[in-house]
Design a protein around this ligand. Structure first.
Ligand SMILES: [Ca+2]
Ligand SMILES: [Ca+2]
Length: 302
């Protein structure tokens, strides 16, 4: 069980705050008319959800040499252009379908997103984010992308990132996949935000993933690096060297931060995050509200 990081605590606290706001809003609009039962039910659900968020953070998953929390998977996607095929992820039980890239696109059923075409003449780009949350640059790798394929046959894709508060994306960076998981048929490729020029603690709010096309060249003599260079991309150790025709339609399954995404300060409520004791206080206060309604009704009957 990993130690709770400060980021995760922030996430939990924000979740609590959201529940608190919802409960407060409900109470403001529910002091009259037949609201007693609804209020009780809502507070019961509120209490249960808050306790669940406190005691059951999503379990960490280890896949292809990387360990991450599904809560840090991308949550929404835009395709540019919208013309890609949708395949099926092998052994999908290893991944939560709702957190896949296809799931972020609103596609159900453990699908993957095939970019480009096999002959490498068409480029597709899928844009992904965390619903406004940020991924910070920390020491080492920050992001891992899983691509579906056969052993020894990775397909070429590259990643661009958008810094917090900016509108343009970086250049696309192509990296070798570092592992292949035979159970899931997934290649894992990790990215370090430092490689995009971010300093420690700098943050991104979105990424783009693009398939490589046959004419792409990279900046590194070893066959990886930013697109726009002079060297042909190579597969790295997971493949046979050069990319052959038919290996340009990457099948993107999953993209997840390797540490907890965080809400930007500008999106957090201005008031301080309530302590759990405040939530108990709210529940007690709500209980008084219910009693008031009950007493009022009894008085009306009398
Ligand atoms: Ca990093
Ligand atoms: Ca593939």
């Amino acid at each position: 069980m990993p130690e709770l990081s400060s980021d995760r605590m922030t996430h939990l606290e924000l979740s609590h705050h959201r529940y608190l706001l919802e409960a407060t809003s409900f109470m403001k609009t529910s002091t009259t008319k037949n609201s007693q039962n609804r209020l009780s039910l809502t507070l019961g659900a509120l209490s249960a959800v808050s306790l669940a968020a406190l005691s059951q953070p999503a379990a960490a998953v280890s896949l292809g040499g990387y360990t991450w929390n599904p809560a840090n998977a991308v949550t929404s996607a835009v395709q540019v252009p919208v013309s890609q095929n949708i395949g099926i992820i092998s052994s999908p039980s290893a991944l939560d379908a709702a957190n896949t890239v296809a799931g972020a696109m609103g596609v159900s059923g453990n699908r993957l997103v095939e970019l480009g075409n096999s002959t490498g003449t068409a480029r597709s780009i899928v844009q992904l984010d965390w619903g406004g949350a940020l991924l910070n640059n920390r020491s080492g790798n920050d992001l891992v992308v899983y691509e579906s394929g056969n052993s020894g046959a990775p397909e070429a894709f590259a990643v661009a990132v958008r810094r917090q508060g900016q509108t343009d994306f970086s250049n696309f960076l192509y990296r070798f996949s570092s592992s292949y998981n035979a159970e899931t048929d997934l290649f894992a490729t990790a990215f370090d935000l430092s490689d995009f020029g971010l300093g420690e603690g700098d943050a991104i709010d979105a990424i783009q993933i693009a398939n490589l096309i046959t004419t792409d060249r990279v900046t590194g003599a070893d066959g990886q690096g930013f697109l726009g260079g002079q060297y042909a991309p190579t597969t790295g150790q997971q493949g046979g060297g050069a990319y052959s025709s038919g290996r340009f339609d990457a099948d993107i399954a999953y993209a997840v931060g390797l540490h907890n995404v965080v809400r930007p300060v500008s999106q957090t409520p201005s008031q301080s995050v309530p302590e759990p004791t405040s939530i108990l206080g709210l529940l007690a206060f709500a209980g008084i509200g219910v009693n008031s309604v009950r007493k009022r009704k009894q008085q009306q009957k009398a």
